[in-house]
Write a protein that binds this ligand. Structure first.
Ligand code: BGC
Ligand code: ZN
Length: 352
C-alpha cells in the first residue's frame, strides 16, 4: 500500500492521508513513475474547500495533486522512455469524442473525460503511479528543479496558442498584452507573453513593492495596481487569471478593436453576477472582439512548455525557481494548506 493525500469531494477541509494499493508494474505501453514534486494551485484550494471534484467510481475519496514531476522507474514493452528519465504528467484522460481521439482531450465535447487529481481519477500526491506513456512528457535533467511548473505553464501556453489561432481570422500584429491577476498562473502567463515578444502589463491588488511585482519586473513586465481606462482600449490580448469573475468586464473595456480576451482564472465561481449585457454585447460586436474560455492543455502544449522553460532559464536564469516561496516535505503536507499572502508557488517534495 502507499500513503497518499486525499479529500472527500464536496466536503470542506476533509484533507487526510489514506492508503491506496501500490502502483502496478507497467504493462505494454505503460510506465511506472516515482513522484518527486507536486505543485499546489488554486484548483487544489477549491477542491479542498469542497467546491468541486469527484472521486473515482467506487471510491469515497479522491487523491489530489495534478501538477507532477516524477522519474521513470520501470517501463513496459514498446516505450521509448527509459528508467531515470524525468517526466511531467498530463492531467486529462480522454473519452472517445473526435477531439479526444485526435489528441485534444482538452477540447473534449462529451465532457466525459477524467482528470487525475480532480475529476473521477486519483492524482499524484502519492509515492508512485502507473500510466500510459503517452500521458507523460520527458523533461530534460537541466529542468529538474522547475519541472513541476510544466503543467501550469502548459495551461497558459494553450490559452495563448488558442488566442493566436483565433486571430488568424485577420491580419493581427499584437504588441501589448494585459494579464489580470498575479497568482502563479498570472506570473507564468506574463513570462510566457514576454517570451513571445510582447510588452506585458500585469494588473493585481498586491502592492507594487511585493515580491511578485519584483519578479515580474525582472522580466521587464509592468506592474499595475490600478487600471486606467484609455478610450479605444490599449491591449491586443487580455489574459484573465484572477479568480475574480467581476474583472472580466474591466478586461474587455481595455481591449483594442479586434482584440481577444481569454478567461481562465475565474475558477469554479457559480454565483450569478448581475450585469448589463447590452453594452457588452454591443462593444464586442462593434469592435469585432472575441471573448473565450480556456481550460487544460494537451501534449503539444506540454512539448512547447519544455522548449519555453528552457528558454526562460537562458533569458532569466532562476526566475521561475524564485516563484517557489515554499517547498514542504510530504509528511508536512498540512502546513502547505496554510497559504500566506506572500506565497506564490508551493510545492510538495514527495520523493527525492
Ligand atoms: C488544471 C487543468 C484542469 C483544470 C480544471 C486546472 O488547475 O491545471 O489541467 O483542466 O484545473 O479541472
Ligand atoms: Zn472527448
Amino acid at each position: 500500500m502507499q500513503q497518499s493525500v486525499a479529500i472527500t469531494p464536496g466536503r470542506a477541509n476533509s484533507t487526510r492521508f489514506v492508503e491506496i494499493p501500490d502502483a502496478p508494474a507497467p504493462g505494454s505501453g505503460e510506465v511506472r513513475v516515482r513522484v518527486l514534486d507536486v505543485g499546489i494551485d488554486g484548483t487544489d484550494m477549491e477542491l479542498i474547500a469542497g467546491h468541486f471534484g469527484s472521486p473515482p467510481p467506487g471510491s469515497e475519496f479522491l487523491v489530489i495533486g495534478h501538477e507532477c514531476l516524477g522519474v521513470i522507474e520501470q517501463t513496459g514493452a514498446g516505450v521509448a522512455l527509459r528508467p531515470g528519465d524525468f517526466v511531467a504528467a498530463m492531467v486529462r484522460r480522454p473519452d472517445d469524442c473526435a477531439n479526444c481521439r485526435a489528441g485534444s482531450s482538452d477540447l473534449c465535447t462529451t465532457m466525459k473525460y477524467t482528470e487525475r487529481g480532480i475529476t473521477s481519477a486519483h492524482g499524484f500526491l502519492t509515492s508512485h503511479y502507473t500510466d500510459r506513456a503517452e500521458f507523460v512528457v520527458r523533461i530534460p535533467p537541466e529542468l529538474r528543479s522547475i519541472g513541476v511548473m510544466t503543467e501550469p505553464w502548459s495551461v497558459a501556453a494553450k490559452a495563448q496558442r488558442h488566442a493566436w489561432e483565433i486571430q488568424r481570422r485577420m491580419i493581427w500584429s499584437p504588441t501589448r498584452a494585459l494579464v489580470m491577476g498575479a497568482g502563479s498562473l498570472g506570473l507564468l502567463a506574463a513570462f510566457l507573453l514576454r517570451l513571445r515578444g510582447l510588452e506585458v502589463s500585469v494588473f493585481s491588488r498586491e502592492p507594487a513593492d511585493s515580491s511578485r511585482a519584483k519578479l515580474l519586473e525582472c522580466a521587464g513586465v509592468r506592474y499595475l495596481t490600478s487600471l486606467e481606462s484609455k478610450p479605444g482600449g490599449e491591449y491586443d490580448f487580455v489574459f484573465e487569471a484572477t479568480g475574480a469573475p467581476q474583472l472580466v468586464i474591466a478586461g474587455l473595456e481595455r481591449l483594442r478593436a479586434s482584440g481577444v480576451m481569454v478567461v481562465l482564472g475565474t475558477g469554479h465561481d457559480r454565483e450569478p453576477r448581475p450585469l448589463a449585457l447590452g453594452p457588452i454585447a454591443t462593444r464586442l460586436m462593434i469592435n469585432n472582439q472575441v471573448l473565450f474560455g480556456s481550460v487544460n492543455s494537451n501534449r503539444r502544449d506540454f512539448e512547447q512548455t519544455v522548449v519555453d522553460l528552457g528558454e526562460m532559464e537562458r533569458r532569466w536564469p532562476g526566475l521561475i525557481g524564485a516563484m517557489f516561496t515554499r517547498r514542504a516535505p510530504f509528511a508536512r503536507f498540512a502546513d502547505v494548506l496554510q497559504r500566506g499572502e506572500e506565497d506564490i508557488k508551493v510545492a510538495i517534495e514527495v520523493g527525492a
